[in-house]
Design a binder for this molecule. Structure first.
Ligand code: HEM
Ligand code: HEM
Length: 177
């Protein structure tokens, strides 16, 4: 049966799935570049991946904004949450997916350095003092919230798989079949 564009009460539709699985791949890439930066500085591994961290991060931020709009447009149609915890968990994933790259962009602006991604000039930079509250915010939170998101994603994947065993809800089929 062809997958409908919009969600329905039984299954997520084509656009929701494309956003979910496409972004899952991009997050795998993003956490690979973060790991390269953290654990393997000054290696060819870091050299290859780290150069992609900013553009992929900005792409993820753009996609999550579109995804949130799509989720709101489908709110009354999509499969209902299986529990309050699942709803809160998904909300937390959205919150972190938006906060982490936004905080990085605030830090980048505050540093006075320019930012170009995919050939588009997002920030032209400025001369003079850094804006310290902006750089401090990023220094304090960007990496920490990033690893928190990774932990939450691992929990999300485990719950998606365990749900069929623990309850009668086979949630995986809503997103994957
Ligand atoms: C959803 C998108 C993003 C995720 C999940 C993410 C995740 C991470 C993580 C986990 C780290 C920690 C690496 C370490 O411990 O060494 C990190 C570091 C970093 N990220 Fe991102 N990032 C994202 C987007 C961005 C964007 C858009 C920028 C730039 C505009 C950026 C710039 C940086 C920088 C400069 C560092 C090194 C300094 C630090 O650890 O805070 N990131 N990122
Ligand atoms: C192997 C990886 C993954 C699996 C097996 C998986 C599985 C699922 C399943 C089965 C659902 C439907 C849950 C329901 O209807 O209650 C779902 C929804 C969701 N997943 Fe994942 N997921 C994975 C990766 C990710 C990643 C990397 C993220 C990013 C943070 C994510 C964020 C979400 C969100 C926010 C929802 C709610 C629906 C939406 O707005 O898209 N998932 N996932």
């Amino acid at each position: 049966m062809a997958l409908p564009i919009m969600d329905n009460s039984q299954r997520y539709g084509a656009i929701s799935r494309l956003l979910h699985w496409g972004m899952a791949l991009l997050f795998a890439w993003q956490f690979t570049s973060a790991t390269a930066h953290w654990l393997f500085p000054d290696t060819p591994f870091e050299e290859f991946f780290w150069g992609t961290h900013y553009p992929v991060g900005v792409l993820l931020l753009t996609l999550v904004v579109l995804r949130a709009i799509w989720a709101l447009a489908n709110a009354s149609r999509r499969p209902p949450s299986v529990s309050v915890m699942a709803k809160l968990g998904h909300l937390a994933l959205y919150g972190l997916m938006i906060a982490i790259p936004t905080i990085a962009l605030i830090r980048q602006y505050g540093s006075g350095r320019s930012l170009e991604v995919f050939g588009i000039n997002l920030m032209s930079g400025f001369e003079g003092e850094e804006i310290t509250w902006m750089t401090d915010l990023g220094g304090l939170l960007h990496g920490e919230l990033g690893w928190t998101l990774l932990a939450l994603i691992v929990g999300h994947i485990v719950m998606a798989i365990l749900h069929r065993k623990l309850t009668h809800h086979d949630v995986l089929t809503r997103m994957a079949r």
